[in-house]
Design a protein. Structure first.
Length: 288
């Protein structure tokens, strides 16, 4: 099987800067935000050094990259101004994703806040139906969520309820986050095959487009969403990974992940040190 694996990297130095950072970790794919995830400030597309980035990526066998939409997009919001912002900014991020040449944009479905999950599901579907067009090129990938607060998407059923209301269903994919699915209650440690079978029966495995490969510091079902480094334990002061290396290695080498972007969003130890290169090398090994 072909393993496409890489980390979330910065686009502050343009696409070529992101690609060079990914190569420094021995990655063959990567994920970016097109700007800060907490706000709407964005560099003009022409300043993202896209053409040079694609040349460098081709020279270094990097492909099938992923864009993540900013956290400020909340399609489940009951406030009309925030809902309108979510729609307009998602449309702009899709345009930027196309310009960058990525096939996927990952989106947190949204939080219903003072309403309920039914309202959130309907609102998200309404927003996506207004944003998606026949000309939309990248898959808009709804991310599996941990279920903290009023997040929508903590179960496969909630995600399917959104999808069934989408008019252009062929434009929708799913990003499967290992930390989030574990924290929401799915037993990906001992029964990943059964979890995928359940996903297939509810949504359809053809919708799985991207995976986020993360450990979790929480016990299964905690609904807290706290990422851990791969296989980290208390002895190295990196925070215990409750999922564990063995389970994540199994997932990475599972047939369902073949030729799909596998993205690490694991924590930095401090402001200058991360473990992406080490984690990628560990996960790539055919045996553990």
């Amino acid at each position: 099987m072909s393993i496409l694996i890489g980390p979330h990297v910065s686009i502050s130095k343009g696409l070529i800067g992101a690609a060079k950072e990914a190569v420094s970790y021995d990655a063959n794919t990567f994920m970016i935000y097109t700007g800060a995830p907490q706000n709407t400030r964005r560099k003009p597309i022409e300043k993202l050094i896209i053409d040079e980035g694609h040349i460098f990526m081709k020279e270094n066998n990097i492909g099938d990259i992923v864009v993540h939409a900013p956290y400020i997009i909340n399609l489940a919001s009951c406030k009309d101004d925030l809902f309108d912002l979510a729609k307009s900014f998602l449309a702009e991020e899709i345009r930027r994703t196309e310009a960058i040449g990525a096939n996927y944009i990952v989106v947190h479905p949204g939080s219903f806040t003072v309403k309920d999950v039914d309202y959130g599901i309907n609102r998200i579907a309404e927003g996506l139906n207004e944003v998606l067009t026949d000309k939309t090129k990248p898959f808009v990938c709804l991310e599996t969520m941990a279920g903290k607060g009023s997040e929508v998407g903590r179960t496969f059923e909630e995600l399917q309820r959104i999808i069934e209301k989408i008019e252009l269903k062929d434009k929708i994919g799913i990003c499967f986050d290992t930390c989030h699915t574990h924290d929401s209650g799915y037993n990906i440690i001992e029964n990943f095959d059964n979890v995928i079978a359940e996903f297939d029966s509810i949504i359809g495995k053809d919708k799985l487009k991207v995976f986020h490969i993360n450990g979790s510091i929480n016990k299964r079902g905690a609904r807290k969403d706290r990422h851990a480094n791969i296989g980290a334990d208390h002895t190295n002061n990196r925070g215990l990974d409750e999922i564990g290396f063995e389970a994540l290695h199994y997932i990475v080498h599972h047939d369902i992940c073949s030729n799909k972007p596998l993205i690490l969003e694991t924590p930095w130890i401090d402001k200058s040190t991360n473990l992406y290169k080490e984690e990628i090398a560990m996960l790539r090994k055919p045996t553990y």
